[in-house]
Design a protein around this ligand. Structure first.
Ligand SMILES: CC(C)(COP(=O)(O)OP(=O)(O)OC[C@H]1O[C@@H](n2cnc3c(N)ncnc32)[C@H](O)[C@@H]1OP(=O)(O)O)[C@@H](O)C(=O)NCCC(=O)NCCS
Length: 280
């Protein structure tokens, strides 16, 4: 990407040449200044257009990623398979304060209907995948929803996932139940860290990654992810998807995951729940 300084240099050069032209009454210099100005404006327009096109291309598959992530997430948690609705999916979560959750993109034509539906449903959540959380929040306010967390939808080509060894003094257990793989790391009897990954076809959706506070920042989160990804690849998965909390995002980024978009969540008026992570 072109550095902003180069654009400013174009404007400064055009003004400087124009000033010289005006002081010396040199028409050639004034013409040159006009030329530099036109080239700078065109350059800036082209740069903006290129950035917009590449962002659009990168996010053309976002609605599909959302439904693939939701499918794996629901499978990991034992919820019924999400139902497709215009703009996204509807998940029967069935938990107190979170009976139903819609997960959608921020396409305005479908978002309006889902904001209304969530606002009219007790104990409902609405999660919106967006590049612009600030642009979505006014929709929540208008629909009478309480904005809650902001998380990150992340993905990775699993061959690119970093390998992290389990630190000394810990042992890991890997269990498989259907397509859900669970890793539990133990120091003694109790679990120091855990995580799951749901494999559906070539997708692997990581979920419930957690390290006991006493064992954090020792490399257990990275080791759990390594073990989950390795087992998921053995089961045929190629692409990883997850929704990361604030604490999870730097961990996953360090392992090679990248952010596809933000996920902002709002609730219809219900008491707040006290969990560290909403979707991960
Ligand atoms: C997110 C979470 C799972 C991370 O677990 P963790 O076991 O602390 O993870 P790791 O130790 O592998 O990595 C965490 C940090 O410790 C650092 N670290 C790794 N090994 C280390 C070591 N041997 N010594 C010191 N630091 C180390 C890592 O570099 C990383 O730092 P960074 O985030 O600045 O890059 C944990 O904070 C947690 O359970 N949070 C609450 C639940 C949650 O949010 N889960 C994520 C849901 S998406």
């Amino acid at each position: 990407m072109e550095a902003p300084g180069r654009i400013w240099f174009g404007y400064i050069a055009a003004v400087a040449i124009a000033l010289v032209g005006l002081v010396t009454l040199d028409l050639l210099a004034i013409g040159l200044a006009a030329l530099v100005l036109v080239a700078t404006v065109l350059g800036e327009w082209y740069r903006g257009r290129r950035a917009a096109l590449s962002a659009a291309a990168q996010h053309a598959d976002l609605p599909e990623l959302v439904s693939r992530w939701a499918r794996g997430w629901a499978y990991s948690r034992g919820f019924p398979r999400p139902e497709a609705v215009p703009g996204g999916v509807r998940v029967e979560v069935g938990e107190p304060g979170r009976r139903v959750e819609w997960v959608t993109t921020d396409a305005p034509d479908t978002l309006a209907g889902l904001v209304d539906a969530a606002g009219a449903t007790p104990e409902a959540w609405l999660s919106v995948v967006t590049d612009s959380p600030g642009g979505v929040r006014p929709w929540f306010v208008e629909g009478g929803l309480e904005a809650d967390t902001e998380e990150a939808l992340m993905s990775i080509d699993l061959v690119d996932h970093a390998v992290r060894e389990l630190p000394d003094g810990y042992r890991a257990e890997v269990e498989r139940e259907g397509g859900v793989i669970t890793v539990t790391v133990r120091a003694g009897e109790g679990a120091a860290a855990t995580g799951r990954i749901a494999v559906i076809g070539t997708d692997a959706v990581a979920d419930r990654v957690h390290t006991d506070p006493e064992h954090r920042s020792r490399g257990l989160g990275g080791a759990v992810m390594s073990l989950l990804v390795s087992a998921a690849r053995e089961a045929g998965a190629a692409r990883g998807l997850l929704v990361a909390s604030d604490l999870g995002e730097p961990l996953y980024a360090g392992l090679g995951w990248h952010v596809e978009a933000r996920l902002v969540t709002a609730r219809s008026a219900t008491p707040p729940t006290s969990v560290e992570s909403r979707h991960g």
